[in-house]
Design a protein around this ligand. Sequence first.
Ligand code: CP
Ligand code: NVA
Length: 309
Amino acid sequence: MLRHLLSIEDLNRAEAEALLERALALKAEWHAGGHPDAPLRGKTLALVFEKPSLRTRVAFEAGMTQLGGHGSYLSANDIDMGGRESVADVARNLSRWVQIIAARVFRHSTVVELARHATVPVINALCDREHPCQALADMLTLRERYGRLQGLRLAYVGDGNNVCHSLLLLGGLLGVDLALACPPDYQPDGGILERARRLAGESDATIELGHAPAEAVQGAHAVYTDVWTSMGQEHEAARRRPVFAPYQVNAGLMAQAAPGACFLHCLPAHRGEEVTADVIDGPASLVFDQAENRLHVQKALILTLLGAS
Ligand code: CP
Ligand code: NVA
């Protein structure tokens, strides 16, 4: 049974598929008028965020409200985890008041530590290593668009970062072929890649790792990119810009993907850097569907972790 979601590796294939099914059902119910049964009445989600957020925070808070519960947001200024109070004590205190915790942290070890000391479920709302909620919303978006996941080809162009890691693992789990183009010094983590390859072997999917965007996008149903500099790496921005410039997703690159290919980005985006405005604001872009799907997936995740029907 799923106890925490710290990594995509906490999910098996059946659990990941069930989450996507549940998210689709919740999406349909929400668009048809809402959730009159208010399954989370009286329940609180604590949002412990060390970094800024628009989508993750609002999707969690609105999701709790829509399900009859409440979200309590705690910024680094409020609780200063590890400074004012240890991570373990934050987890022990929160567990006495709230039913579930979502944490956005700098270090993956912090969500692991929270989960070790919490007696309630903990969700990784982004860390330096993974962004599992994002990857689930991305797969939901592809599933809606193509009616299937198995056998789709997803090209990821850019930094081998947290978003890339969760996509690798979830793609491998769900049978999506991944083709990566990352600069040589910005490849995904070797351990994650190896485990993603093992999952891909079981789901009959492939993972290609290269440096050439034009090769990665050949035959791709979707082209995905993320910022060149993630939160916490701001001091590297100037050094990264020239390295990543050849990895920009623009109309010329999209033209080399499969006909009708869609464009994906977790957002926030920097138009003119990793993607041009004509692509992200054009007809192939599904970025706001991805953003909406964060809501539905995160609701499905909370209900599942709380064992709510
Ligand atoms: N995509 C994403 O996680 O957005 P936020 O950083 O705004 O939450
Ligand atoms: N890779 C980005 C994703 C933001 C949602 C970051 O970590 O800043």
